[in-house]
Design a protein around this ligand. Structure first.
Ligand SMILES: C[S@@+](CC[C@H](N)C(=O)[O-])C[C@H]1O[C@@H](n2cnc3c(N)ncnc32)[C@H](O)[C@@H]1O
Length: 240
C-alpha cells in the first residue's frame, strides 16, 4: 500500500477504525506513566491514545503523509513524531515499551529487514522493557477469506466509500493484492505485498536479534496462540 500517498493517508482512519488491538497494546503500558516507542505508527491513533493516558510517546513512520494526519489529532502535540523507517531509527534514549502494530511487521518482506527492525527494538529497549508486535497466522486461509469478501461500505459525509480487494498473486509466504477505493466521484487503487512468516520463523529472528520471547498470544484477549486456530501471532519479547 502506498502510505506516502496523501489520499491513502487521509482515508486510513476511516478504513481502519479503532479495534481491540488498541486496548491490548494500551494495557501493556500499565497505569503508571512510561516511555513508549511506536514503530510504523502510521496516522498515530495509538500514539495519541498513549499520550492521553500520560505516557511519553515517540511515533516513527517513513511516510510523511501518514505523519501529517497524525499531527492533526488531539494529544498529537504531546507526541514526538519522527519520519524514519524502523530499520534506520536511532535515538540516544531507551524505552519501557516498544510496539509495532496494525500488522506493519508483515510489510517487512525480507529476513534482513525484519532482523534490522528487531535490532532497532533491542537497541532502544530498557533493561526491563517490553517489545510487542503481531503478524497474521499463515495457517488461516487469508487468500480465500479476502477473495470471498464482499465490498466494504464506509459512510462518508457526502456519500459512501466502497472498498474492494483483489488478490493478484500468492508465492510461498507472500501475498499480493490490489485494494480499490471507490468514492462518489473518484477511484483510488493501491497495490500491496505482505509476508506471512510462521511463529517459528519470527521466534528465530527474535533470538537472532539478541532478544527472548516472553509470551505468544493468539488473540487480542491475550488467549494462548494455537497454531491451527488463532488468527493472530502476538509476540512479547524482552532483552535476554
Ligand atoms: C498498516 S499501517 C499500520 C499503522 C499503525 N501502526 C496502525 O496500527 O494503524 C503500516 C505503517 O507502516 C509504515 N511502514 C512501512 N514500512 C515501514 C518501515 N520499514 N518501518 C516503519 N514503518 C513502516 C507505513 O508507512 C504505515 O504507516
Amino acid at each position: 500500500m502506498d502510505y506516502q500517498q496523501a489520499q491513502i493517508a487521509e482515508i486510513y482512519d476511516l478504513v481502519n477504525p479503532r479495534a481491540k488491538d488498541s486496548d491490548f497494546y494500551l494495557s501493556l503500558a500499565g497505569p503508571r506513566p512510561c516511555s513508549v516507542l511506536d514503530l510504523g505508527c502510521g496516522t498515530g491513533a495509538l500514539c495519541c491514545a498513549f499520550a492521553e493516558r500520560g505516557h511519553q510517546v515517540t511515533g516513527v513512520d517513513p511516510a510523511a503523509a501518514m505523519l501529517a494526519v497524525a499531527r492533526r489529532k488531539p494529544h498529537a502535540e504531546q507526541v514526538e513524531w519522527v519520519e524514519s523507517s524502523a530499520q534506520s531509527y536511532q535515538a540516544q534514549r531507551r524505552f519501557d515499551l516498544i510496539v509495532m502494530t496494525g500488522h506493519a511487521f508483515q510489510i517487512l518482506l525480507t529476513d534482513a529487514d525484519a532482523l534490522a527492525v528487531l535490532e532497532t527494538m533491542g537497541h532502544h529497549l530498557k533493561e526491563r522493557g517490553k517489545i510487542a508486535f503481531e503478524t497474521r497466522n499463515p495457517r488461516v486461509d487469508w487468500v480465500g477469506e479476502w477473495a470471498a469478501r464482499p465490498p466494504l461500505v464506509r459512510r462518508l459525509p457526502g456519500g459512501q466509500l466502497l472498498e474492494t480487494l483483489e488478490i493478484t498473486g500468492k508465492d510461498g509466504e507472500f501475498v499480493s493484492f490490489q485494494t480499490t477505493y471507490l468514492f462518489p466521484h473518484a477511484t483510488l487503487t493501491t497495490s500491496s505485498t505482505l509476508r506471512f512468516p510462521s511463529r517459528e520463523h519470527v521466534e528465530a529472528l527474535i533470538v537472532r536479534a539478541g532478544l527472548v520471547v516472553r509470551e505468544v498470544f493468539g488473540d487480542w484477549d491475550a488467549g494462548p496462540f494455537e497454531a491451527a486456530r488463532s488468527r493472530e501471532i502476538i509476540f512479547i519479547a524482552e532483552i535476554g
